[in-house]
Design a protein around this ligand. Sequence first.
Ligand code: PMP
Length: 416
Amino acid sequence: LVPPSPVLPAPVRPDPLGVLGVPGEINLDHAASAPCARAAADAVAGLLPWYASVHRGAGALSRRCTLAYERARQTVGDFLGARPDDHVIFTRNTTDALNLLARALPPGTTVITFGGEHHANLLPWPRGSVRLPVPDSPAGAVRSLAAALGELARDARPGLPVLVAVTGAGNVTGECWPVAELARIAHRHGARILVDAAQLAPHAPVDLAALDVDYVALSGHKLYAPFGAGVLAGRADWLDAAPPYLAGGGATSHVGAATHEVRWTVGPARHEAGTPNLLGAVALAAVCAALGETDRQALHVREQALLTRLRRGLATLPDVVELRTFGPDAPRVGIVSFVVAGRDSGEVAAHLASRHRIGVRDGLFCAHPLTRRLLAEAAARTGRTDLPPTALRASLGLGTTETQVDALLTALSHLP
Ligand code: PMP
């Protein structure tokens, strides 16, 4: 076995955005965390000499850092098509953003999700939320949501707020959800809609105004920025009326001597108490700006070609079974989950890593209800009784090459 090298060689730049990589290491796990873009690394390096307090100090360094932070907010807002009545709030990641929104819901809000969501978009929502069954097609999702909203309107809770929370692209299969149609249905029933764009944003433009959605959440570390910065962007009214997500400095406009005498500020700062993650915000904004200047359609075409190569190759391997929610031809981003019949997925992943230096993910992908269901569906579809209880996932990114895809296929075709 080849142990992982303790000394990493110098990174290379194999793609138009300058996404960093390590020669010899085949990273096919972009859906978990993507490597860092050159633009993000440069933005951080450029700011390090200026490192000073944000929103606090009067010094030149501090004022520059405050400006950089607020400019980053503007850039991220532009990237996400934020409207004048939207806030752009920096969070730690998508999980943090969704928990923030869950705490900002007006009292009595019903949240509707589908059972196919990542845990981050299942678990934060209040008791009494509605979880719809996983549909078997995008049109089925639209029908199911329309029926659920109609039922809710006839129910005993007319007039109370409703939030529909759906993923833009699933983290298990990469399949794209019909977000714009779901938004239309939601709005027709007076509901709001949140899109978990953690997996969609790295692969396709996500625009609040164009999609006509109310909120989006994403993670910088899946979008070629370093760990630690994410975003919740969307309608200001609920956010300004809610208790602050974190209580502390920066979130207040007045604190009196008496216990609990406090007025909370409005705007993004209401939910960003404590010293903000300036470097994370600036790095994320740098990626947003770079992606904004990139021909994303060209990136899409290239990624789809790689994805087709991968899926066709997997389909030729007799023991490999792909997982899917919507059927073989549904639009999807560069993510494929599969199992090798008769093989433990953890052992296959360990073999790929140690023998071939290929990094994939194995497990249930923080979407246990969905992945278990898709495994059962795969067994029923193929009639195989020897499928393992967990799966493997390969996910592509800007630095992925044909050679890397072929290396995975070759390794899978020669499992010991
Ligand atoms: N939603 C989806 C669809 C995801 O894929 C992930 C990450 N796997 C999350 C939410 C949570 O993201 P994070 O771990 O960055 O909070």
